[in-house]
Structure formats: C-alpha cells, structure tokens
Design a protein around this ligand. Structure first.
Ligand SMILES: [Mg+2]
Length: 365
C-alpha cells in the first residue's frame, strides 16, 4: 500500500514531559515571555473550569470547554497585532482572552447576551463573534483578507476551526479562494482528534489535515499543538508570511480535547478512559511548567501565587457578569439584520406581544 502522506514538516521543541528536544529559537530565551504565556494558559484553564461550573448550575447556557487546547489559542492571541482580525470558532476562549476580550464578555456570550459580542477593548473591536456553524467562518476570513489586500493594508485575518470543520465544503472553498487570490489569511486547525463523537481516523482519508493546503496551492504544515513553544514559533512565521504578501498558511495543530465537546455532550459514551488518561500525559500546561521548572525559573511558590491571582480575576469576572443584569428579550433580534425585513414584521410583532403578555403575568403557556 502506498502512503498518501506528504512531508510538510512537523514542529515540536518540548517532549510531553517538558524536556528540550533540540535548539530553541532565540526568542525562547525570554523568560518573561514564557512566564506570560504560562500565566495566560493557567488563567484560561481556571476560567474554563468556572464557565463549566456556571453552566452546570444554570447560570450560563451551553459552553464549549477549551481544556487541553490552551497553548494554541494563547500563542495565536499573543502574536496577532491589534490591527489584525480574528475570525474565531466556538472553542476559542484561549485566543479571545489573550487578544483582550474580557472574561465577563465571554460569559455574557455563552449566557445568551448580545453584549458578549460587543467587545470593549479597542484592540479587539473588529474581531468577529464566535462562529457556531461549522467552517463558515473560514469564508468570512477570506472576505476580511480580501479587503486587506484590496486596500493594500499589512494586516492578517486569522481564522480557527476544529478538525471536523476541515471536511466541510465551506472550509475547502475558503482554502481555494485563499490560494487563488493569495490572501493574507492564516488558517489554524485545532485538531483535537474528535469531531464531537467522530474520531479523526475516520473523519478524513488524508494522513494529515495540513496537506489540504497543497491542493489549494499554498503552504501547510503540522505542529505539536500541546507545545506552546512550537505553536508560537510557527504562528509567528505564518503571520509574517501572510502580512508581507507571501500568501496564506494552513497550520494544523495536533492536540486533544480533554473535555466534552460541549456541556451538552458526554464524551465517556464514545471514548475510552485509557485514551483520555494518555492524552493528559501530553497536555500543554504541565509541559511548559516542567520545562520552566527545569530551567530554574518556576517553582511551587510562584505557581501558588499565580493560581491565587488568576482565581481572583476569574471570580471578579463572574461578579461583573452577574452584575450586568439581563437584556430585553427582543435583543435577540437586534443584530440579525441591519434593517429588520418587512417580510418578518409579523413575527417580530408576535414575539413582542408574547413578551409583553408574559411580563404582564397573563401568559402561562
Ligand atoms: Mg475536533
């Protein structure tokens, strides 16, 4: 049997237990940077745990945990410039936080509140809201990148998706147009091995997802998505390439979804405890922590201080979220259209009447 694998490159600097496997790029000598990346991964994980707890107690709606994929988002968010635009998918807590989206805004979003997509931080004001439909965001990113190219701006559109999204027509159409027009767009696949209950091995016949870029005429490669040094390095190169007119890049980050698909899923029904236990041996936070401890720049005292600091920040965001109150029910319609279509006027009227009856205590349907 012939192999269909194309050698695209695979980058990893740290072994799963945090040992250095070869020479690091010069930037990795900056321990302030490593500490910042580590801190942000820890903050993301603590926030993520809190978001799941808030869903379990009925205070937010369905939430998509980012557990195990913190390195990918933190690396992306730390390297994008304020003028770049993020076109994210629904499992992007890590990159949103690193970009400057506030934790309470993320809670508002998952709490069904439109204010959760109206980011206060100027650096992220042009970032797109989370995209729940699978892979459609990849096409939106190509639209954004086309605008940058037409205007001659040195900006990059960065879009993310899961492994399952790469099977969608929208994703393949996006790759095609990105290659045909040589757009300044970076596609990042969070290959977490599962598309809800469908494992990667039966999702797609190609040995790598990165090689889908080859058919579209541009560069693709794989990286260890649990090694933040590797992800940081390759995202940096990809962004520079796109920013300077050298075309799009597809980066497949190999990771593992340690949590359920969402809080509406129970992953124990379709994958083994052994598999998940093995995946925990490779997770990104412990890996960087082990490396930093071996370098003598991290210890238990710093760890405890960091956790205390991050827990306080998370709790403050929960307080801010709960103090925000609720929006009027009709806010669900406010941002669907620039101008509400006449053909849907009856539906809007009917909805408003029902809301008024309910608020007046006359409707118990
Ligand atoms: Mg997946």
């Amino acid at each position: 049997m012939t192999s269909n694998k194309i050698d695209l490159g695979f980058t990893r600097y740290l072994s799963p237990d945090g040992r250095l496997l070869g020479p690091l790029p010069d930037w990795a000598d900056d321990f302030n940077l490593l500490t910042r990346l580590y801190r942000q991964m820890v903050l993301t994980r603590l926030f993520d745990q809190k978001a799941v707890a808030l869903q379990r107690t009925g205070r937010i709606g369905t939430y998509a945990p980012t557990l195990g994929q913190e390195a990918i988002g933190v690396a992306i968010g730390s390297l994008m410039r304020p003028e770049d635009v993020l076109i994210p998918y629904y499992r992007d807590t890590a990159v949103q936080l690193m970009r400057g989206v506030r934790m309470e805004e993320i809670l508002l979003y998952w709490g069904g509140d439109e204010r959760g997509s109206d980011y206060a931080e100027p650096a992220v004001a042009q970032d797109f809201p989370l995209c729940v439909p699978i892979a459609t965001q990849a096409l939106h990113a190509c639209g954004v990148a086309s605008a940058f190219k037409i205007r001659g701006e040195h900006r990059v559109a960065v879009t993310t998706c899961g492994d399952g999204a790469t099977s969608k027509g929208d994703f393949l159409e996006a790759l095609n147009v990105a290659g045909a027009w040589q757009l300044p767009v970076v596609f990042v696949i969070n290959n977490n091995q599962w598309a809800i209950s469908v494992p990667r091995r039966i999702q797609c016949g190609a040995p790598t997802l990165a090689q889908k870029a080859i058919g579209a005429g541009f560069h693709g490669e794989q990286v260890d998505g649990n090694d933040i040094l590797a992800v940081y390095d390759r995202i940096q190169v990809a962004l520079e390439r796109a920013r300077h007119g050298k075309g799009p890049v597809l980066l497949e980050c190999l990771s593992y979804r340690l949590g359920d698909h969402t809080t509406a899923d129970d992953a124990t029904r379709y994958r083994s405890a052994e598999e998940v236990k093995q995946a925990w041996q490779e997770e990104p936070i412990k890996r960087l922590q082990s490396f930093m401890a071996a370098q003598g720049v991290w210890d238990e005292g710093r760890e405890q201080a960091l956790i205390t600091e991050c827990q306080a920040l998370v709790q403050q965001s929960v307080d801010n979220f709960e103090a925000a109150g609720t929006q009027a029910p009709e806010s669900v319609m406010d941002h669907v259209y620039a101008k509400w279509p006449a053909v849907l006027a009856d539906q809007r009227e009917d909805f408003l009447e029902r809301v008024a009856r309910r608020q007046g205590g006359q409707d118990h349907e």
